[in-house]
Design a protein around this ligand. Structure first.
Ligand SMILES: [Zn+2]
Length: 303
């Protein structure tokens, strides 16, 4: 049976915020079984907390933010993607400001910190949302859907009319080794022509070649080049995995995305939550056909 997980001890990550450009730090802290994932604004009076839930997603233009009228937490997706891949169900993420540190623009610093703290299994079984029928959300040509699958699989396609990007596609079973190898180091990216406009609106003030792949009209400006030839689609897959955590329970299904950003993902997650006849809650190893459990074990690299 798959048990819930948290981390063994508190661990910190320091850096700057991508949009504010201000110093931003966080601490991952273990949480009891059945807590879920919470962001805690330790810098504010009373240390208000907010769950990583689709109902609190409020801004999806450039990054995923969670919040309400009084406070918010932004750029949560790279951190959340790491939790999804390493099956961390219960965690407090304590912040000393409104933004998660951007690190190098990938999920790598979070993975390093969490694995450094160590993962521990808890006494309660993990409860999955097991997709039983397709659920679709589309907005023009952008779309996203989930179909039944014994595991977590992600297929992501992007198309940008840029000589260094074009059409890129990735398809993978998401597990700890595949995340570490294929997705964790893929960096966020942006276009130089958008930077001035973004900065005027208060975004991307901390953005630099140290924490993003930046492109002009023809080429990549980073002197070190790309980490993968298709780093762009890998990063979009990473973002999607993070946004999926706002479902509030681990997904068992195949997620397929075409040109889908944070906005489309948030709509799909909300639609999944409303489609209660298209998924059921399962605990792995309890009530699942034997073949499904066996397939999942091997797909996730546990055998
Ligand atoms: Zn991202």
């Amino acid at each position: 049976m798959f048990l819930q997980r948290t981390i063994r001890k508190k661990v910190k990550v320091k850096g700057i915020g991508l949009h504010t450009g201000e110093p931003a730090g966080l601490a991952f802290r273990p949480a009891p079984p059945n807590t879920g994932i919470y962001f805690v604004r330790s810098d504010l009076p009373g240390s208000p907390a907010i769950a990583a839930s689709a109902r609190y997603v409020q801004a999806t233009t450039l990054a995923t933010s969670l919040g309400g009228p009084a406070f918010s937490v932004s750029t949560v997706e790279h951190c959340l993607a790491t939790l999804a891949a390493f099956r961390i169900d219960n965690l407090f993420i304590e912040l000393d400001g409104p933004e998660i540190p951007i690190g190098d623009g990938s999920a790598y610093p979070f993975m390093e910190a969490l694995l450094g703290a160590g993962l521990v299994e808890q006494e309660e079984p993990r409860k999955y949302a097991y997709i039983t029928q397709p659920i679709f959300y589309g907005d023009g040509e952008k779309h996203a859907y989930v179909v039944p699958y014994n595991g977590l699989r992600l297929t992501c396609t992007i198309e940008f009319p840029h000589p260094r990007i074009g059409k890129q596609k990735i398809d993978l079973d998401v597990n700890e080794p595949s995340f570490a190898r294929e997705l964790s180091r893929a960096r966020t990216f942006g276009f130089m022509k958008d930077v001035e406009a973004l900065r005027a609106k208060g975004f991307a003030r901390g953005g630099s070649l140290d924490n993003a792949v930046v492109l002009d009209n023809q080429d990549i400006l980073n002197p070190e080049g790309l980490r993968f030839q298709d780093e762009f689609v890998r990063h979009k897959a990473l973002d999607a995995l993070g946004d999926l955590v706002t479902l509030g329970m681990p997904l068992m299904g195949h997620l397929v995305l075409y040109k889908a950003g944070h906005d489309v993902l948030n709509r799909l997650v909300r639609k999944i939550l409303e489609s209660t006849d298209s998924y059921r809650h399962i605990e792995l190893g309890a009530g699942l056909p034997e073949a499904v459990g066996a397939g999942l074990d091997s797909a996730w690299g546990f055998r």
